[in-house]
Design a protein around this ligand. Sequence first.
Ligand SMILES: Nc1ncnc2c1ncn2[C@@H]1O[C@H](COP(=O)(O)OP(=O)(O)OP(=O)(O)O)[C@@H](O)[C@H]1O
Ligand SMILES: [Mg+2]
Length: 575
Amino acid sequence: MMDTSEARILLKNLLKRVRPQEDGSGLLPGTITEDEIDALRLALQALGGLGEPPGPRLVEPSPKPRVIDVEPLPAEFPDTPVEPSMSRAHEAQVLDLSCLSLPAAPSGRRVCIDFGTAMSKVTLVSDETADRPYEEIEVLKLGRPGDQEEISEEMLVSSVYIDNEGRLWFGAQAVQRSQPEGLDGKRQRIDNVKRYLSEEGFTDQVARQFNPTKVAITYRDMILAYLTFLTWAMNRCLDDMGYERNILRRFAMPCFDGAKSRRTAQALKRMLFEAQILADTFATRIAHGIELAEFVASAVAAGKVDAAVGFIDKAVTEPLGVAGSLLSWKTAANSLVMVVDVGAGTSDFSLFRLGFNEATEKAAAVEVENSARGLTEAGNHLDNLLKSFVLRKAGVESSHDLWINILGALQLNLRDYKEALFNDGFVSVSLFNGDVVEVTLEEFLALDQVASFSASLRTCMKEILASVDASFIAGAPNGRLAVALTGGGAALPMVRDLAEGEVEVNGKTLRLVRATSFPAWMSETYPDLEDLYPRVAVSLGGARKRVIDHGGSVRITAGDVKAPPKLEGYYVKGH
Ligand SMILES: Nc1ncnc2c1ncn2[C@@H]1O[C@H](COP(=O)(O)OP(=O)(O)OP(=O)(O)O)[C@@H](O)[C@H]1O
Ligand SMILES: [Mg+2]
Protein backbone atom coordinates (compact mmCIF):
# COMPACT_ATOMS: atom_id res chain seq x y z
CA MET A 1 0.00 0.00 0.00
CA MET A 2 1.40 3.38 -0.98
CA ASP A 3 2.38 5.73 1.83
CA THR A 4 0.72 9.17 1.89
CA SER A 5 3.99 11.03 1.86
CA GLU A 6 5.13 9.08 -1.19
CA ALA A 7 1.83 9.85 -2.93
CA ARG A 8 2.16 13.51 -2.10
CA ILE A 9 5.60 13.72 -3.66
CA LEU A 10 4.47 11.86 -6.76
CA LEU A 11 1.48 14.14 -7.20
CA LYS A 12 3.55 17.25 -6.69
CA ASN A 13 5.96 16.06 -9.35
CA LEU A 14 3.10 15.19 -11.65
CA LEU A 15 1.74 18.70 -11.32
CA LYS A 16 5.16 20.11 -11.99
CA ARG A 17 5.24 18.32 -15.34
CA VAL A 18 2.18 20.27 -16.48
CA ARG A 19 3.33 22.80 -19.12
CA PRO A 20 1.29 26.02 -19.35
CA GLN A 21 -0.02 26.60 -22.91
CA GLU A 22 -0.56 29.91 -24.62
CA ASP A 23 -4.36 29.62 -24.36
CA GLY A 24 -4.01 29.25 -20.59
CA SER A 25 -4.63 25.51 -20.50
CA GLY A 26 -2.07 22.99 -19.26
CA LEU A 27 -0.46 20.07 -21.16
CA LEU A 28 0.93 16.96 -19.49
CA PRO A 29 3.61 15.47 -21.75
CA GLY A 30 4.69 11.78 -21.53
CA THR A 31 3.07 8.81 -19.86
CA ILE A 32 1.60 8.54 -16.39
CA THR A 33 3.34 5.82 -14.38
CA GLU A 34 1.55 3.13 -12.38
CA ASP A 35 2.76 4.72 -9.18
CA GLU A 36 1.32 8.06 -10.21
CA ILE A 37 -2.03 6.42 -10.92
CA ASP A 38 -1.90 4.78 -7.49
CA ALA A 39 -1.14 8.16 -5.96
CA LEU A 40 -4.15 9.70 -7.76
CA ARG A 41 -6.34 6.88 -6.50
CA LEU A 42 -5.12 7.40 -2.96
CA ALA A 43 -5.83 11.13 -3.19
CA LEU A 44 -9.32 10.48 -4.50
CA GLN A 45 -9.91 7.96 -1.77
CA ALA A 46 -8.70 10.42 0.83
CA LEU A 47 -11.17 12.96 -0.50
CA GLY A 48 -14.00 10.47 -0.05
CA GLY A 49 -14.26 9.77 -3.79
CA LEU A 50 -13.90 5.98 -3.56
CA GLY A 51 -16.60 5.27 -1.08
CA GLU A 52 -14.52 5.96 2.04
CA PRO A 53 -16.58 7.31 4.90
CA PRO A 54 -16.75 11.10 4.63
CA GLY A 55 -15.24 13.09 7.46
CA PRO A 56 -12.56 15.51 8.31
CA ARG A 57 -9.76 12.98 8.05
CA LEU A 58 -8.13 13.21 4.69
CA VAL A 59 -6.29 9.94 5.01
CA GLU A 60 -6.45 6.98 7.29
CA PRO A 61 -3.76 7.57 9.83
CA SER A 62 -1.03 5.03 9.63
CA PRO A 63 0.75 3.93 12.79
CA LYS A 64 4.08 4.26 11.02
CA PRO A 65 5.12 7.89 11.08
CA ARG A 66 6.83 7.83 7.68
CA VAL A 67 8.12 5.11 5.50
CA ILE A 68 10.17 6.85 2.89
CA ASP A 69 12.67 9.57 3.35
CA VAL A 70 12.74 11.94 0.43
CA GLU A 71 15.30 14.38 -0.81
CA PRO A 72 14.28 18.00 -0.45
CA LEU A 73 12.35 19.21 -3.44
CA PRO A 74 13.86 21.91 -5.59
CA ALA A 75 12.48 25.41 -5.32
CA GLU A 76 9.03 25.64 -6.84
CA PHE A 77 9.39 28.86 -8.76
CA PRO A 78 13.02 29.59 -9.39
CA ASP A 79 12.53 32.24 -12.06
CA THR A 80 9.17 33.85 -11.67
CA PRO A 81 7.51 35.62 -8.79
CA VAL A 82 4.69 33.69 -7.20
CA GLU A 83 1.28 34.03 -8.74
CA PRO A 84 -1.40 32.84 -6.37
CA SER A 85 -3.38 31.05 -9.05
CA MET A 86 -0.24 29.16 -10.03
CA SER A 87 0.62 28.35 -6.45
CA ARG A 88 -2.83 27.03 -5.76
CA ALA A 89 -2.44 24.71 -8.75
CA HIS A 90 0.46 23.13 -6.89
CA GLU A 91 -1.43 22.35 -3.75
CA ALA A 92 -0.99 18.61 -3.63
CA GLN A 93 -0.77 18.33 0.10
CA VAL A 94 -2.10 15.28 1.87
CA LEU A 95 -2.09 15.57 5.62
CA ASP A 96 -0.08 13.12 7.65
CA LEU A 97 -2.44 12.28 10.49
CA SER A 98 -0.37 9.48 11.92
CA CYS A 99 0.02 11.29 15.25
CA LEU A 100 -3.64 10.57 15.94
CA SER A 101 -3.26 6.84 15.98
CA LEU A 102 -0.08 6.43 17.98
CA PRO A 103 -0.45 4.53 21.23
CA ALA A 104 -0.75 6.97 24.14
CA ALA A 105 2.67 8.11 25.32
CA PRO A 106 3.58 6.74 28.75
CA SER A 107 2.70 8.98 31.67
CA GLY A 108 5.34 10.36 34.00
CA ARG A 109 7.08 12.39 31.34
CA ARG A 110 6.10 15.68 29.73
CA VAL A 111 7.48 18.72 27.95
CA CYS A 112 6.67 22.39 28.33
CA ILE A 113 6.85 24.45 25.16
CA ASP A 114 7.87 28.06 25.76
CA PHE A 115 7.13 29.81 22.49
CA GLY A 116 9.18 32.97 22.95
CA THR A 117 8.97 36.24 21.08
CA ALA A 118 12.69 36.08 20.29
CA MET A 119 13.70 32.54 21.22
CA SER A 120 11.70 29.40 21.90
CA LYS A 121 12.62 26.76 24.44
CA VAL A 122 11.38 23.29 25.31
CA THR A 123 12.26 21.27 28.42
CA LEU A 124 11.47 17.62 29.02
CA VAL A 125 10.92 16.42 32.58
CA SER A 126 10.71 12.75 33.55
CA ASP A 127 9.27 12.20 37.00
CA GLU A 128 11.10 10.49 39.80
CA THR A 129 10.72 6.70 39.69
CA ALA A 130 11.47 3.81 41.99
CA ASP A 131 14.74 3.28 40.09
CA ARG A 132 15.67 6.93 39.84
CA PRO A 133 15.13 8.87 43.06
CA TYR A 134 15.17 12.26 41.36
CA GLU A 135 13.36 13.86 38.46
CA GLU A 136 15.24 14.05 35.20
CA ILE A 137 15.47 17.39 33.45
CA GLU A 138 16.49 17.65 29.82
CA VAL A 139 16.50 20.97 28.01
CA LEU A 140 15.98 20.02 24.38
CA LYS A 141 18.72 20.97 21.97
CA LEU A 142 16.41 22.62 19.46
CA GLY A 143 19.36 24.41 17.90
CA ARG A 144 20.56 21.18 16.29
CA PRO A 145 17.59 20.49 14.02
CA GLY A 146 17.28 24.27 13.67
CA ASP A 147 20.85 24.24 12.29
CA GLN A 148 21.78 27.24 14.46
CA GLU A 149 24.06 25.81 17.10
CA GLU A 150 26.38 28.78 16.69
CA ILE A 151 23.57 31.05 17.92
CA SER A 152 22.27 28.74 20.62
CA GLU A 153 22.12 25.00 21.06
CA GLU A 154 18.96 25.10 23.13
CA MET A 155 17.00 28.17 22.05
CA LEU A 156 15.33 28.18 18.67
CA VAL A 157 15.23 31.53 16.88
CA SER A 158 11.54 32.55 16.62
CA SER A 159 11.71 34.25 13.20
CA VAL A 160 9.71 33.63 10.05
CA TYR A 161 10.58 34.90 6.57
CA ILE A 162 8.73 34.63 3.26
CA ASP A 163 11.28 34.95 0.47
CA ASN A 164 10.77 36.65 -2.88
CA GLU A 165 9.86 33.31 -4.41
CA GLY A 166 7.08 32.73 -1.91
CA ARG A 167 8.80 30.16 0.27
CA LEU A 168 8.57 30.07 4.05
CA TRP A 169 11.76 29.93 6.11
CA PHE A 170 12.09 29.63 9.84
CA GLY A 171 14.55 30.34 12.63
CA ALA A 172 18.16 31.03 11.72
CA GLN A 173 17.42 30.25 8.07
CA ALA A 174 14.78 33.00 8.09
CA VAL A 175 17.47 35.38 9.30
CA GLN A 176 19.99 34.22 6.67
CA ARG A 177 17.52 34.29 3.78
CA SER A 178 16.25 37.73 4.69
CA GLN A 179 19.69 39.33 4.70
CA PRO A 180 20.40 39.51 0.94
CA GLU A 181 16.82 40.21 -0.05
CA GLY A 182 16.38 42.74 2.70
CA LEU A 183 19.50 44.74 1.90
CA ASP A 184 17.52 47.67 0.56
CA GLY A 185 15.30 47.57 3.65
CA LYS A 186 12.12 46.87 1.70
CA ARG A 187 11.77 43.23 2.65
CA GLN A 188 11.29 42.30 6.29
CA ARG A 189 11.14 39.11 8.25
CA ILE A 190 8.70 38.59 11.11
CA ASP A 191 10.82 38.61 14.24
CA ASN A 192 7.98 39.08 16.68
CA VAL A 193 5.35 36.67 15.49
CA LYS A 194 4.22 35.91 19.05
CA ARG A 195 3.03 39.45 19.64
CA TYR A 196 0.10 38.82 17.30
CA LEU A 197 -1.22 36.33 19.85
CA SER A 198 -2.78 39.26 21.58
CA GLU A 199 -6.13 39.79 19.90
CA GLU A 200 -5.06 42.89 18.06
CA GLY A 201 -3.63 41.58 14.84
CA PHE A 202 -4.29 37.86 15.22
CA THR A 203 -6.70 37.75 12.29
CA ASP A 204 -5.22 40.71 10.38
CA GLN A 205 -3.70 40.26 6.94
CA VAL A 206 0.09 39.99 7.05
CA ALA A 207 1.64 43.29 5.95
CA ARG A 208 3.21 43.68 2.51
CA GLN A 209 6.81 44.04 3.71
CA PHE A 210 6.53 40.55 5.21
CA ASN A 211 4.52 38.91 2.45
CA PRO A 212 5.66 39.59 -1.12
CA THR A 213 3.18 37.06 -2.57
CA LYS A 214 -0.43 37.46 -3.50
CA VAL A 215 -1.43 34.63 -1.20
CA ALA A 216 -3.71 36.05 1.48
CA ILE A 217 -2.44 35.15 4.94
CA THR A 218 -3.17 36.24 8.48
CA TYR A 219 -0.83 36.47 11.44
CA ARG A 220 -2.54 33.37 12.84
CA ASP A 221 -1.20 31.52 9.78
CA MET A 222 2.29 32.77 10.57
CA ILE A 223 2.06 31.79 14.25
CA LEU A 224 0.88 28.34 13.17
CA ALA A 225 3.72 28.12 10.66
CA TYR A 226 6.28 28.92 13.33
CA LEU A 227 4.69 26.50 15.82
CA THR A 228 4.92 23.86 13.10
CA PHE A 229 8.65 24.49 12.85
CA LEU A 230 9.04 24.47 16.64
CA THR A 231 7.04 21.24 16.93
CA TRP A 232 9.10 19.68 14.15
CA ALA A 233 12.37 20.64 15.89
CA MET A 234 11.02 19.29 19.19
CA ASN A 235 9.98 16.02 17.50
CA ARG A 236 13.45 15.65 16.01
CA CYS A 237 15.07 16.09 19.42
CA LEU A 238 12.64 13.68 21.10
CA ASP A 239 13.19 11.14 18.38
CA ASP A 240 16.98 11.35 18.83
CA MET A 241 16.46 10.76 22.54
CA GLY A 242 14.22 7.76 21.88
CA TYR A 243 10.98 9.40 23.00
CA GLU A 244 7.55 9.49 21.43
CA ARG A 245 6.29 12.23 19.14
CA ASN A 246 2.95 12.41 20.94
CA ILE A 247 4.49 13.08 24.34
CA LEU A 248 2.28 15.10 26.66
CA ARG A 249 2.98 18.79 26.24
CA ARG A 250 2.16 21.86 28.29
CA PHE A 251 2.66 25.32 26.90
CA ALA A 252 3.62 28.66 28.37
CA MET A 253 1.92 31.95 27.65
CA PRO A 254 2.16 35.54 28.81
CA CYS A 255 -0.08 36.97 31.55
CA PHE A 256 -3.28 38.30 30.02
CA ASP A 257 -6.47 39.41 31.75
CA GLY A 258 -9.08 36.73 32.56
CA ALA A 259 -11.16 36.22 29.41
CA LYS A 260 -8.30 36.99 27.06
CA SER A 261 -6.11 34.53 28.88
CA ARG A 262 -8.68 31.75 28.40
CA ARG A 263 -9.17 32.59 24.72
CA THR A 264 -5.44 32.67 24.09
CA ALA A 265 -4.92 29.36 25.88
CA GLN A 266 -7.64 27.76 23.76
CA ALA A 267 -6.23 29.19 20.55
CA LEU A 268 -2.70 28.06 21.37
CA LYS A 269 -3.85 24.59 22.34
CA ARG A 270 -5.61 24.15 19.01
CA MET A 271 -2.69 25.59 17.06
CA LEU A 272 -0.24 23.26 18.78
CA PHE A 273 -2.42 20.34 17.74
CA GLU A 274 -2.54 21.50 14.13
CA ALA A 275 1.19 22.19 14.34
CA GLN A 276 1.86 18.52 15.15
CA ILE A 277 -0.07 17.39 12.07
CA LEU A 278 1.65 19.97 9.88
CA ALA A 279 5.07 19.13 11.36
CA ASP A 280 4.53 15.51 10.31
CA THR A 281 3.16 16.54 6.92
CA PHE A 282 6.14 18.77 6.11
CA ALA A 283 8.71 16.80 8.12
CA THR A 284 11.14 16.15 5.30
CA ARG A 285 10.88 19.60 3.71
CA ILE A 286 10.43 22.16 6.45
CA ALA A 287 14.16 22.82 6.75
CA HIS A 288 14.45 23.49 3.02
CA GLY A 289 11.79 26.16 2.58
CA ILE A 290 8.15 25.29 2.01
CA GLU A 291 5.90 26.99 -0.45
CA LEU A 292 3.64 29.46 1.34
CA ALA A 293 0.55 28.60 -0.70
CA GLU A 294 1.01 24.92 -0.03
CA PHE A 295 1.47 25.52 3.67
CA VAL A 296 -1.64 27.69 3.85
CA ALA A 297 -3.74 25.13 2.00
CA SER A 298 -2.47 22.42 4.34
CA ALA A 299 -3.21 24.62 7.33
CA VAL A 300 -6.80 25.05 6.14
CA ALA A 301 -7.12 21.26 5.92
CA ALA A 302 -5.52 20.79 9.35
CA GLY A 303 -8.01 23.32 10.72
CA LYS A 304 -10.81 20.94 9.76
CA VAL A 305 -9.39 17.89 11.51
CA ASP A 306 -11.76 17.02 14.28
CA ALA A 307 -10.20 14.68 16.80
CA ALA A 308 -9.66 14.46 20.53
CA VAL A 309 -6.37 16.10 21.39
CA GLY A 310 -4.89 13.81 23.96
CA PHE A 311 -1.32 14.97 23.92
CA ILE A 312 -1.76 18.69 24.48
CA ASP A 313 -2.06 19.46 28.17
CA LYS A 314 -2.69 22.80 29.82
CA ALA A 315 -1.33 26.31 29.57
CA VAL A 316 0.93 27.70 32.27
CA THR A 317 1.58 31.42 32.54
CA GLU A 318 5.24 32.33 32.16
CA PRO A 319 5.80 33.36 35.81
CA LEU A 320 4.01 30.22 36.96
CA GLY A 321 6.52 28.20 34.98
CA VAL A 322 9.40 30.05 36.64
CA ALA A 323 7.89 29.58 40.10
CA GLY A 324 7.57 25.87 39.40
CA SER A 325 11.34 25.70 39.02
CA LEU A 326 12.12 27.35 42.35
CA LEU A 327 11.07 24.68 44.86
CA SER A 328 12.80 21.36 45.28
CA TRP A 329 9.71 19.91 47.04
CA LYS A 330 12.20 18.22 49.34
CA THR A 331 14.02 20.86 51.34
CA ALA A 332 12.55 23.55 53.58
CA ALA A 333 11.30 26.72 51.95
CA ASN A 334 9.36 29.68 53.23
CA SER A 335 9.27 32.85 51.22
CA LEU A 336 7.23 35.45 49.44
CA VAL A 337 8.57 35.66 45.89
CA MET A 338 7.88 38.07 43.06
CA VAL A 339 8.74 36.43 39.74
CA VAL A 340 9.66 38.90 37.00
CA ASP A 341 10.31 37.40 33.58
CA VAL A 342 11.55 40.03 31.15
CA GLY A 343 11.57 38.61 27.64
CA ALA A 344 11.55 40.27 24.25
CA GLY A 345 7.82 40.90 23.93
CA THR A 346 6.51 41.04 27.46
CA SER A 347 7.59 41.54 31.05
CA ASP A 348 5.49 39.16 33.13
CA PHE A 349 5.05 39.49 36.88
CA SER A 350 3.41 37.32 39.49
CA LEU A 351 3.59 36.89 43.26
CA PHE A 352 4.00 33.52 44.97
CA ARG A 353 3.98 32.30 48.52
CA LEU A 354 6.22 29.25 48.56
CA GLY A 355 6.50 27.00 51.56
CA PHE A 356 7.69 23.49 52.23
CA ASN A 357 7.98 21.79 55.59
CA GLU A 358 10.78 19.26 55.48
CA ALA A 359 9.58 17.31 58.55
CA THR A 360 5.96 16.89 57.52
CA GLU A 361 6.72 17.04 53.78
CA LYS A 362 3.75 19.35 53.50
CA ALA A 363 3.95 22.01 50.87
CA ALA A 364 1.96 25.20 50.73
CA ALA A 365 2.69 26.88 47.46
CA VAL A 366 0.30 29.30 45.85
CA GLU A 367 0.23 31.95 43.20
CA VAL A 368 -1.37 34.88 44.97
CA GLU A 369 -4.75 35.84 43.55
CA ASN A 370 -4.79 38.97 41.36
CA SER A 371 -1.03 39.14 41.19
CA ALA A 372 -0.31 38.11 37.59
CA ARG A 373 0.32 41.02 35.22
CA GLY A 374 2.02 41.51 31.91
CA LEU A 375 3.57 44.65 30.44
CA THR A 376 4.15 44.89 26.72
CA GLU A 377 7.36 46.76 27.42
CA ALA A 378 10.36 44.42 27.39
CA GLY A 379 13.42 43.75 25.21
CA ASN A 380 11.72 44.79 21.97
CA HIS A 381 10.71 48.07 23.53
CA LEU A 382 14.39 48.85 24.17
CA ASP A 383 15.12 47.84 20.56
CA ASN A 384 12.60 50.43 19.36
CA LEU A 385 13.97 53.13 21.64
CA LEU A 386 17.45 52.41 20.31
CA LYS A 387 16.16 52.63 16.74
CA SER A 388 14.60 56.06 17.33
CA PHE A 389 17.71 57.28 19.11
CA VAL A 390 20.04 56.14 16.32
CA LEU A 391 17.90 57.77 13.64
CA ARG A 392 17.68 60.97 15.63
CA LYS A 393 21.45 61.02 16.16
CA ALA A 394 21.99 60.47 12.44
CA GLY A 395 19.49 63.23 11.59
CA VAL A 396 17.45 60.83 9.47
CA GLU A 397 13.74 61.66 9.26
CA SER A 398 10.80 60.28 7.33
CA SER A 399 11.39 62.90 4.61
CA HIS A 400 14.80 61.34 3.85
CA ASP A 401 15.09 59.94 0.29
CA LEU A 402 16.33 56.62 1.67
CA TRP A 403 13.99 56.54 4.69
CA ILE A 404 12.44 53.13 3.97
CA ASN A 405 15.83 51.61 3.18
CA ILE A 406 17.55 53.02 6.25
CA LEU A 407 14.70 52.11 8.58
CA GLY A 408 14.21 48.62 7.15
CA ALA A 409 17.92 47.72 7.11
CA LEU A 410 18.32 48.96 10.70
CA GLN A 411 15.30 46.95 11.80
CA LEU A 412 16.84 43.70 10.51
CA ASN A 413 19.82 43.95 12.89
CA LEU A 414 18.32 45.88 15.76
CA ARG A 415 18.22 43.10 18.36
CA ASP A 416 21.92 42.38 17.84
CA TYR A 417 22.83 46.07 18.14
CA LYS A 418 20.84 46.39 21.38
CA GLU A 419 22.50 43.31 22.91
CA ALA A 420 25.95 44.58 21.91
CA LEU A 421 25.14 47.93 23.54
CA PHE A 422 24.30 46.24 26.87
CA ASN A 423 27.14 43.70 26.69
CA ASP A 424 29.91 46.06 25.64
CA GLY A 425 28.71 49.41 26.93
CA PHE A 426 28.63 50.93 23.46
CA VAL A 427 27.67 50.04 19.89
CA SER A 428 28.57 51.27 16.47
CA VAL A 429 25.60 51.17 14.09
CA SER A 430 26.15 51.26 10.30
CA LEU A 431 23.24 52.72 8.37
CA PHE A 432 22.14 51.98 4.81
CA ASN A 433 23.34 55.40 3.60
CA GLY A 434 26.87 54.71 4.89
CA ASP A 435 26.57 56.76 8.08
CA VAL A 436 27.93 55.21 11.27
CA VAL A 437 26.30 56.12 14.58
CA GLU A 438 28.01 55.48 17.91
CA VAL A 439 25.85 55.00 20.99
CA THR A 440 27.09 54.56 24.55
CA LEU A 441 25.12 52.72 27.21
CA GLU A 442 25.39 55.71 29.49
CA GLU A 443 23.67 58.08 27.08
CA PHE A 444 21.07 55.46 26.20
CA LEU A 445 20.18 54.82 29.86
CA ALA A 446 19.89 58.57 30.39
CA LEU A 447 17.08 58.87 27.82
CA ASP A 448 13.69 59.84 29.27
CA GLN A 449 11.95 56.95 27.52
CA VAL A 450 14.42 54.44 28.96
CA ALA A 451 13.90 55.93 32.40
CA SER A 452 10.16 55.60 31.96
CA PHE A 453 10.56 51.92 31.05
CA SER A 454 12.38 51.44 34.36
CA ALA A 455 9.60 53.33 36.13
CA SER A 456 6.89 51.16 34.51
CA LEU A 457 8.58 48.01 35.77
CA ARG A 458 8.80 49.38 39.29
CA THR A 459 5.23 50.68 39.21
CA CYS A 460 3.90 47.35 38.01
CA MET A 461 5.60 45.58 40.91
CA LYS A 462 4.25 48.10 43.43
CA GLU A 463 0.73 47.95 42.04
CA ILE A 464 0.67 44.20 42.37
CA LEU A 465 1.87 44.33 45.97
CA ALA A 466 -0.69 47.00 46.80
CA SER A 467 -3.59 45.07 45.30
CA VAL A 468 -3.09 41.57 46.74
CA ASP A 469 -4.63 40.43 50.01
CA ALA A 470 -2.80 42.35 52.75
CA SER A 471 -2.21 39.15 54.71
CA PHE A 472 0.47 38.13 52.23
CA ILE A 473 2.39 41.34 52.83
CA ALA A 474 1.91 41.20 56.60
CA GLY A 475 2.97 37.55 56.62
CA ALA A 476 6.05 37.94 54.41
CA PRO A 477 8.71 35.78 56.13
CA ASN A 478 11.27 38.04 57.85
CA GLY A 479 9.65 41.06 56.18
CA ARG A 480 11.42 40.16 52.95
CA LEU A 481 10.29 39.97 49.38
CA ALA A 482 12.50 37.76 47.21
CA VAL A 483 12.61 38.85 43.58
CA ALA A 484 13.34 36.13 41.00
CA LEU A 485 14.54 37.66 37.74
CA THR A 486 14.43 35.56 34.58
CA GLY A 487 14.26 35.97 30.80
CA GLY A 488 16.82 37.48 28.45
CA GLY A 489 16.27 40.84 30.16
CA ALA A 490 17.15 39.57 33.66
CA ALA A 491 20.56 41.23 33.62
CA LEU A 492 19.34 44.63 32.36
CA PRO A 493 20.22 47.34 34.90
CA MET A 494 16.60 48.49 35.28
CA VAL A 495 15.51 44.91 35.91
CA ARG A 496 18.24 44.20 38.46
CA ASP A 497 17.15 47.38 40.24
CA LEU A 498 13.82 45.70 40.99
CA ALA A 499 15.58 43.48 43.51
CA GLU A 500 17.42 46.30 45.30
CA GLY A 501 16.45 48.31 48.38
CA GLU A 502 13.01 48.36 49.93
CA VAL A 503 9.43 48.70 48.86
CA GLU A 504 6.60 50.25 50.83
CA VAL A 505 3.22 48.60 50.57
CA ASN A 506 0.27 50.28 52.30
CA GLY A 507 2.44 51.44 55.18
CA LYS A 508 4.48 48.26 55.56
CA THR A 509 8.06 48.08 54.36
CA LEU A 510 9.43 44.96 52.69
CA ARG A 511 13.13 44.44 52.18
CA LEU A 512 13.92 43.36 48.65
CA VAL A 513 16.35 40.51 48.13
CA ARG A 514 17.40 38.98 44.89
CA ALA A 515 16.45 35.30 44.70
CA THR A 516 19.49 33.26 43.79
CA SER A 517 19.96 33.31 40.05
CA PHE A 518 20.06 29.50 40.05
CA PRO A 519 17.91 27.49 42.47
CA ALA A 520 20.04 25.58 44.97
CA TRP A 521 18.31 22.24 44.43
CA MET A 522 19.35 22.29 40.78
CA SER A 523 22.91 23.36 41.39
CA GLU A 524 23.55 19.96 42.96
CA THR A 525 22.04 17.77 40.27
CA TYR A 526 22.32 20.00 37.20
CA PRO A 527 25.26 22.40 37.64
CA ASP A 528 25.63 22.63 33.86
CA LEU A 529 22.28 24.39 33.57
CA GLU A 530 23.38 27.43 35.56
CA ASP A 531 24.07 29.79 32.66
CA LEU A 532 21.03 28.72 30.71
CA TYR A 533 18.63 28.70 33.64
CA PRO A 534 17.27 32.28 33.41
CA ARG A 535 16.29 31.67 29.78
CA VAL A 536 14.75 28.20 30.24
CA ALA A 537 13.19 28.60 33.70
CA VAL A 538 9.68 28.97 32.24
CA SER A 539 9.78 25.74 30.26
CA LEU A 540 11.71 23.90 32.96
CA GLY A 541 9.30 24.69 35.79
CA GLY A 542 6.29 24.33 33.50
CA ALA A 543 7.21 20.74 32.65
CA ARG A 544 7.57 19.54 36.23
CA LYS A 545 4.90 17.30 37.67
CA ARG A 546 3.61 19.78 40.23
CA VAL A 547 2.14 22.99 38.99
CA ILE A 548 1.63 25.60 41.65
CA ASP A 549 -2.03 26.40 42.26
CA HIS A 550 -3.70 29.73 41.83
CA GLY A 551 -4.37 31.23 45.22
CA GLY A 552 -8.14 31.58 45.01
CA SER A 553 -9.24 33.11 48.29
CA VAL A 554 -6.28 31.75 50.22
CA ARG A 555 -4.95 34.02 52.99
CA ILE A 556 -2.05 34.00 55.40
CA THR A 557 -2.80 33.44 59.04
CA ALA A 558 -0.17 33.49 61.78
CA GLY A 559 2.57 33.45 59.17
CA ASP A 560 1.24 30.32 57.52
CA VAL A 561 -0.72 29.94 54.30
CA LYS A 562 -4.26 29.06 55.27
CA ALA A 563 -7.18 28.26 53.09
CA PRO A 564 -10.77 28.77 54.14
CA PRO A 565 -12.34 25.40 55.05
CA LYS A 566 -13.86 24.85 51.62
CA LEU A 567 -10.60 25.29 49.77
CA GLU A 568 -8.48 22.52 51.20
CA GLY A 569 -7.41 21.39 47.77
CA TYR A 570 -4.76 24.00 47.32
CA TYR A 571 -2.24 22.19 49.45
CA VAL A 572 0.23 20.46 47.23
CA LYS A 573 0.80 17.05 48.69
CA GLY A 574 4.24 16.07 49.88
CA HIS A 575 4.27 13.18 47.43
N1 LIG B 1 22.96 40.45 26.92
C1 LIG B 1 21.77 40.99 26.71
N2 LIG B 1 21.55 42.29 26.95
C2 LIG B 1 20.36 42.86 26.74
N3 LIG B 1 19.29 42.19 26.28
C3 LIG B 1 19.46 40.89 26.02
C4 LIG B 1 20.68 40.22 26.23
N4 LIG B 1 20.53 38.91 25.88
C5 LIG B 1 19.26 38.78 25.48
N5 LIG B 1 18.61 39.96 25.55
C6 LIG B 1 17.23 40.25 25.14
O1 LIG B 1 16.36 39.35 25.78
C7 LIG B 1 15.24 39.14 24.93
C8 LIG B 1 15.07 37.66 24.72
O2 LIG B 1 14.86 37.06 25.97
P1 LIG B 1 13.93 35.80 26.14
O3 LIG B 1 14.50 34.64 25.40
O4 LIG B 1 13.67 35.64 27.59
O5 LIG B 1 12.63 36.33 25.40
P2 LIG B 1 11.43 35.51 24.80
O6 LIG B 1 11.11 34.39 25.71
O7 LIG B 1 11.75 35.17 23.40
O8 LIG B 1 10.31 36.64 24.82
P3 LIG B 1 8.87 36.65 25.54
O9 LIG B 1 8.99 35.88 26.80
O10 LIG B 1 8.61 38.11 25.77
O11 LIG B 1 7.96 36.06 24.56
C9 LIG B 1 15.54 39.87 23.61
O12 LIG B 1 14.91 41.14 23.61
C10 LIG B 1 17.03 40.00 23.66
O13 LIG B 1 17.52 41.08 22.88
MG1 LIG C 1 9.95 34.24 27.40
